[in-house]
Ligand binder design. Sequence first.
Ligand code: GLN
Length: 465
Amino acid sequence: MESQIKKIHQQLVSKQITCTALVQEKLDLLKQNTYKSVNSLLDTLALELAAKVDAKIAKGETIGLLEGIPFGIKDVYMLQGTYTTASSDLLKNYKSPYTATAIQKLLDAGAIPLVKENCDSFGHGSSSENTIFGAVKNAVNPELVAGGSSGGSAVNVAKEYTVFSIGGDTGGSVRQPAGYNHIYGLKPTYGRISRYGLMAYASSTDCVGPLAKSVEDIRIVLNVMSGKDPKDQTSIASTEISEEVIATSTIKKVGYFKNFIESDAIDAQIKADFLASIEKLKAKGIEVKELDFFKSDILVSTYYTLAMAETASNLSRLDGTNYGNRIEAENLIETYAVTRSENFSEETKRRIVGGNQVLSQGFSDEIYLKGLALRDQISENFSKDFEEVDIILSPVTPSTPPKIGDSLKDPLAMYLSDAYTVGFSLGQLPTLTVPQGTSTGLQITAAKNNDELVLKFANFLKELI
Ligand code: GLN
């Protein structure tokens, strides 16, 4: 698909449509939708901003490419004055006191926020069922899950209720729902986009990531949000990715992880489709190399060990005193306990308990430090791989989206659905889901800071597969 941003920009500039009409149409669609993708609508703000864009156009002033473009925000980003609930009871009434850097940059470029989007509570999940607002339904088949945790964001883009949405990806939460809903979703190199104002899940892998319907729209939004931010010490400087540079491919060597494809857990059709995509690459003269990697269960357990430890630590501040709905009990300790046990979901509590166990005296050497050591080994493995290949191609998920309700019955099975996404998160690599190749898409990964190459290869695949 071509760039929706450019198309709408043209329509606005040539006065084919007004920004107010566009925003109103999208707000109506969001309000009426039955996919449970919306936590709160930002209608007053959106219409105010749209009127300003219309006034500028009427006066003959030029507008920027993102000016007047409607977008959605996963409900874990601060936008001053709006509810930021993380789809949780604890923060159901919490209003953002400030705005996240990534969102501020989009506002500065003139983009119009329409909606805070439904997601798994605090990013904990792979199906967008762990939410107080009701399970998000898949855009392609509403009996299935939307994927998670950025499920509402993926559905809004897929149904064209938003032109693009901003999700968050800690272990696959942008890429997996993008795959389940047949759109693009990017997890940039860790640090390329500031995390300031994104509610922390696992700080060492949390990434801000755009979801959209074209590579070009991903590129435009990525460029705007990127950059070093004094408010996030892990953020890094990066150079803009130009449309021309990613238009022609220079990629010669592609690798894939043999054990991902040979695993018993992979769906037979996904495997066959993935291997057919590999054949198409070979037919184009690309050299394809089979690579060795850690087994998926090691990746999943390393990721969940570290993610649970980090989330237990990050969420300790939510005790009803500084943040969150407080439930008074007999004394302070009881108040903390009741507030947290009543207001966190089962899945979030599982992670807090697991994480505190991992970090506790007597266990941390055995479990947490081992997790850190494995993470280093995984990064080293990637560094070696990228000496041999330019791109690693993989399926996004081992199987197709489950029916709504199934993942809640079997959390372990849900954790295993992250088998192909979490490794790249631990390596802090740039990785993109494209809606091609298998029924849940393909994942394109490059070496750290090589986000440009990922987009370049995505453009190349567009014509090939
Ligand atoms: N499904 C993974 C988890 O629950 C990833 C979530 C995410 O990236 N926020 O941890």
